[in-house]
Structures are given as structure tokens and as C-alpha cells.
Design a protein around this ligand. Sequence first.
Ligand code: CP3
Length: 405
Amino acid sequence: MSAKDRPEREFRPPGGSAAREPDGPSERRAPECEARTRSSEPQAWGGHQPNDTLLRALRREPTPYVPVWLMRQAGRYLPEYAALRAKAGSFMALATNPSLAAEVTLQPLARFPLDAAILFSDILTVPDAMGLGLRFAEGEGPRFARTTADEQAIAALTVPDLARLRYVFDAIGEIKRALAGRVPLIGFAGSPFTLACYMIEGRGSADFATVRRMAFARPDLLDRLVRVNADAVSAYLAEQARAGADALMLFDTWGGLLAPEAYRRFSLAPTRSILARLPAGIPTIVFTKGAAASLPAIAESGASCIGLDWTADLGYARRRFGERVAFQGNLDPLALLTDPDSVERAALALIDESGSAPGYVFNVGHGLVPATPPENVAALVAAVHRASRTCNAGQKASGSGYRGG
Ligand code: CP3
């Protein structure tokens, strides 16, 4: 493969060593793609042209290769992140300083030819702006000083003044200037239900038992909580779009904990109400962990793209709903705790599973874990680009493009 056939690396790693060159064992192809090999398509990313591959995939338009970005692509597995966090003193000191937040956002792009940047922030900044008092204790995860677990606290809750989240919109402005159109920027927020989980418990939990009990004992309180969150998140995301975010993602990490009816009421309904209020035309991604059983409903939610966790059957989801919605995912992030060769095999298998139809964004099925070796991320991004270029060349040519479909 010649240099001009692969996505240009705009952000070069210091010394250029982190991203692997597309030689070596990587001439392997996803078997599904073999039959689809065609001569060259116009390149999305030549020279210094903007790379809008992600946005086109989210709109289910043909792309010359599968775009890839990774949840938690900026984070603790990168030594340069750990260094900057140590210097800043805390996660919130990084996140609330627009130029530091911009620097962290760009760190993974300096190493890997990723097809998107994602704003460096956290979903819990919204409840923090509501006055709950967020801090991240080292090695312990998020903690709120106050919870909203009873009638009084929930009744007192209001949509925060967006001025309290100004640092986020300022960070978006800085990131957009630094990117200069090279890749799109994804803005994000937590889903109303996932935010409610942390607001009620005040911290992370394995089962969010208090929240699930409230869904039965006081559904009226949970209704009010997710309604306020939906109002806050829709205003917050619309403002992120105005500040320059090119796509918007909702993280519903805990929606999958709910029984189907409770899921529709407390998670999907407020998510839909947010999607309906966002500026027209901006692509949206809804990631729900444990949502495989709710796919038909999520496919009708108004999202452009559904993010799948690693337990979902990507091939099935694409065959069944791929005409209506794009998909993102869903490599088990622990596959990256191996070696470059195993990572590459896993990537090819997933691209094969996904098939060549438009509307696919490669990602992990949940965030990268801190022990991830950066060289495995480099191998993953290179393998996705290389293998999918062959696969996607047949996009307009043959059949449905869904594996086995
Ligand atoms: O993906 C990205 O690179 C963008 C930044 C981002 C962070 N958090 C940075 C972060 C995003 C999109 C999030 C979303 C988020 N935050 C979610 C939804 C996605 C998911 O992972 O399920 C949730 C549930 C949170 C809440 C949260 N923030 C927890 C539970 C923790 C601690 C445990 C953990 O996973 O690290 C955080 C901290 C956090 N948010 C870190 C980062 C880089 C690590 C903080 C540190 O430096 O110690």
C-alpha cells in the first residue's frame, strides 16, 4: 500500500514511533472484504484536506475506509496524560482549564491517526454545575458532596445556568482552533438516567441499588430527576454544538441495569426528548451499555448512530437495523491488553462481522482501561484503516453489504 492510500497523520508523534507502519503481519484482510476489492475510490483524506470520514459514516454515506476513534482515547493509559494530570493536581483542574483540556484532547491525535477528537471533560460536570460538588479522588472515581436521593433534594433541583459550564464551551473553541478542521470534534453528555444514578448514590456503584429501588418505590421522583436532567443536557449539548462540536454523543452507561419497561420510561424517553431538541442536522450517537435487548427502540430514538458494548452482536445489529441507523463499536477494550498481532486479528474479525455497508464507526465497546499499552492502540488504528479500505471499496457495488445479509 502506498503512502497516499492511507490516512495522513496530521499529528505526528514525537520521533514518529508510536503508530505502526502498515507493513508486517498486517497484510491480512478481513475475509468478508476479499470479494469486495475494487480499484481506488476518491480519497477522503489526501494531503491537508479535512477528514470528515466520521461524519459521513454517522450519516451512513459511503466512506473509503472505516473511521475509528476510541472511548477514553485521552486518559490514564497515556504517560503524557498522567504527567499533565499530576502537574495540574487533579482531574477537575485539567477539565476546568480550557487550554489544558484542549491539550489533553489532542494528546491521542499526536500519536495515532484517529478520525475524531472527543472533548476532554466528564459527564458529571452537569450535576456539578447543579451544585452537587464533584471531585475525583485519586484511584477512587467520582464523589459528590451532596446527593439528590430524597423528595426535598429532587424538588429543589433546577437546570443550571450554562455560564457555570462556560469552561467546557471555551475548551471546545480552543480545540476547534487547534484542529483547524483536520478531524471532527465530538461533544458529549451523560444520559439523564446515568446522571441520575450518580446523583442519587453520590458515587459509582456495582448495581445502583438505591436508584433501582426508587424506580419502584417513588417513580414520580425519578421521573422528575430525569426530566430536569434532560432539560439541562439538551441545553448543554445545544451549546456545545454552537461552540463548534461537530457531532454529539450521549453516554448511557447504566441504562442497561433497568428492566425493559423501566428502561423505556427512565432512560430512553428522556434521551429521545433530548435528541428531539438538538439542532437539526448534527449527527448524534447514543451509547447504552447492555442495550442489545432494546435495539429496536433505540433504533427509533432519533439517534444517527447506536454505540454498542462488546457483548452485542454487531453483525446482527447491522443486518437488522443498518438501513435506519449507523453503528459504533464494539471491540472488548480488554482485547487491547494483549499484543499488536492479537489486536489486529480482533480488529479484522470485527470489520468482517460488520460487513461493508455504509454506516459503521469502529470503536471499543467501553472505555480503554489504564493498563492499555499505547503500541496496541497504534496497531488497532492502523489495522482498522488498512483492512477497511479494501472492504469499503465495494460499498456501492454489491448486495446489501451486511455480513450474511
Ligand atoms: O472518552 C474520552 O476520552 C473523553 C473524556 C471522558 C471522560 N469521561 C474522561 C475521564 C468521557 C466521555 C467520560 C464519560 C464518563 N464519565 C462516563 C460514561 C462513559 C463510561 O465510561 O461509562 C462515566 C460513567 C463517567 C464517570 C466517571 N468519570 C467515572 C466513573 C470515573 C472514574 C473511573 C474511570 O473510569 O476512570 C471518571 C473519571 C475520568 N473521566 C477519567 C477520565 C480520563 C479518569 C480520571 C483520572 O485522571 O483519574
